[in-house]
Design a protein around this ligand. Structure first.
Ligand SMILES: Cc1ncc(C[n+]2csc(CCOP(=O)(O)OP(=O)(O)O)c2C)c(N)n1
Length: 331
């Protein structure tokens, strides 16, 4: 069967498409199992990424995963995996163990940061990452590193003053940064209609003097294509781009939330039709890039990888009490 021309258009080959699909499955599996771990009382907290795997994975896939920087937010799990964080490292983070490279168990679960991988540590205060990403991009430009910085945030965070400051500064100085907004329609329990009179976040880029594009957040090929162009623009001195992916939020905001208090079952079921995983699976099977058997095997392999990582992380030692103030006060 001929390869769908959409794949060629996107600049990806079959192996890339399979790899993106595997990362999406891995992110989903980790997210689902992390949720169950919170229900079993084994893990403190989780922020599911179910529904935005295509956005996170395909966008990060457009970066140079060695030299570029990512400034994540809690739902950026798929991007963390593409950037090189292992399933084992993710689970050490979920269990807050000493060997967690993100923070050695000092931050909440899913508060990513990995120095060796160029993942800039995030703070819980949403939006604060946005001007910091502009700062990282400025530093890399001054050092002549030719690196691109990509920062992830939700549309709710785009209401913070930090958003304005970060984009304003990056526009003026034409910094090599990509602002990636996951517009899932909700900021915890606040719908986008109560957050923004103009729901399309990408339109705001014009006010900062650079382009803004909106893409289907369930379509990894469209996301990759848009981000690839933004990364190219940034790397070649063209300055920032704001990319907005219209995503879905299939799960509650976090393990501390009950979304049925503010969403209907019908709304959730309708949104499920945009689940990027079955949509991309259908595409891969129709185009002959994947078959049912290899899909099943891949799913089992991914689940096993996550189960093993959970067992090892659960058994790993916690940080020693006497290290509690390390990195807090100067010695
Ligand atoms: C400055 C600040 N205000 C409020 C919160 C509490 N809070 C955490 S996540 C969140 C919603 C963020 O929504 P959005 O940016 O759209 O991302 P999403 O969670 O929908 O992916 C809020 C209000 C916070 N962490 N920081």
């Amino acid at each position: 069967m001929p390869i769908n021309s959409r794949l060629n258009e996107s600049g990806l080959d079959q192996k890339d498409a399979q790899s993106i699909y595997r990362y999406m499955l891995l992110a989903r599996s980790i997210s689902e199992k992390s949720w169950l771990l919170t229900r079993q009382g084994r893990v403190l907290f989780s922020m599911p990424c179910d529904g935005q795997e295509a956005a996170d994975v395909a966008s990060a896939y457009a970066l140079d995963t060695v030299t570029d920087f990512i400034v994540p937010y809690a739902r950026s799990l798929g991007a963390m995996l593409v950037k090189g964080m292992t399933t084992q490292e993710v689970m050490l983070n979920m269990f807050g163990k000493a060997a967690d490279p993100n923070s050695g168990g000092r931050q909440m679960p899913m508060h990513w940061g990995h120095k060796q991988l160029g993942i800039i540590s995030m703070g819980s205060s949403v939006g604060t990452t946005i001007p910091r990403a502009s700062g990282v991009a400025l530093a890399s430009k001054l050092r002549g590193q030719n690196a691109v910085t990509m920062v992830y945030f939700g549309e709710g965070s785009a209401s913070e003053g930090d958003f304005h400051e970060g984009l304003g500064f990056a526009g003026v100085h034409r910094l090599p940064v990509v602002f990636f907004c996951n517009n899932n329609g909700w900021a915890t329990s606040v719908p986008v209609s109560l957050q923004n009179a103009e729901p399309q976040v990408a339109k705001r880029a014009q006010g900062y003097g650079f382009p803004g594009v909106t893409v289907d957040g369930s379509d990894p090929l469209a996301i990759y294509q848009a981000v690839k162009a933004a990364v190219h623009r940034a790397r070649s001195g063209g300055g920032p781009t704001l990319v907005e992916a219209n995503t879905i939020r299939m799960m509650p905001h976090s393990s501390s939330d009950d979304h049925l208090r503010y969403r209907t079952q019908e709304d959730l079921e309708n949104e499920r039709k945009l689940d990027p995983i079955p949509l991309f699976r259908d595409f891969l099977i129709t185009t002959g890039i994947l078959d049912e058997t290899s899909d099943q095997e891949l799913q089992e392999f991914v689940d096993l990888e996550v189960e093993e990582a959970i067992e090892l992380a659960d058994a790993a030692p916690s940080a020693a009490a006497e290290t509690a103030f390390n990195g807090v006060y100067a010695p």
